[in-house]
Design a protein. Structure first.
Length: 159
């Protein structure tokens, strides 16, 4: 039974971030997404901007971070922000699991976050709020197109 539990924990996420716009989907690293969704298997789950990009033929291209090394990264997911005005900070936000549910924490990003269209924090300080299942997280200002639905409550406890 322990082997079955381990297999199920590997295959089934605890939560998912689902891209709600084409820009949000394009920002996700290719190897992390399935049908515009990112699986979250461990908390805290940290998200920030990919700063490793190059210009080729007047287009921005991401240089994917290698995950083959035993390196400590600042984020679990690096989004690529290609807008004229950057919306995503290098260390933007994280999602934590608590006894009360899930917590969205702005890690002191410059442009802040929105949840269901309401501002989280002031875009300067570390701020947090409870994150309900189905909430839409806007990464950046109100004008940002980086929108993700948080899908939670994958109950692994019954395995």
């Amino acid at each position: 039974m322990d082997d079955k539990r381990k297999i199920l924990e590997i295959l089934f996420p605890k939560a998912v971030l689902k891209a709600m716009t084409q820009e949000a989907r394009a920002a996700i690293p290719v190897g992390m997404q399935v049908a515009g969704m990112v699986s979250i298997h461990e908390f805290p789950f940290r998200v920030g901007r990919e700063s490793r990009v190059i210009m080729l033929n007047n287009k921005v291209h991401r240089i994917e971070r290698s995950t083959n090394r035993n390196t400590t990264f600042n984020n679990d997911m690096y989004l690529m922000d290609t807008g004229a005005r950057l919306q995503i900070s290098r260390e933007h936000f994280q999602i934590e699991q608590t006894a009360d549910g899930y917590l969205l924490v702005d890690r002191g990003s410059h442009c802040g976050l929105t949840v269901d269209g309401k501002r989280v924090g002031n875009g300067k300080d570390v701020m947090s709020m409870l994150l309900p299942d189905g909430a839409v997280i806007g990464v950046g200002t109100f004008e940002s197109h980086y929108l993700y639905t948080f899908i939670a409550n994958f109950d692994n406890a019954h395995w």
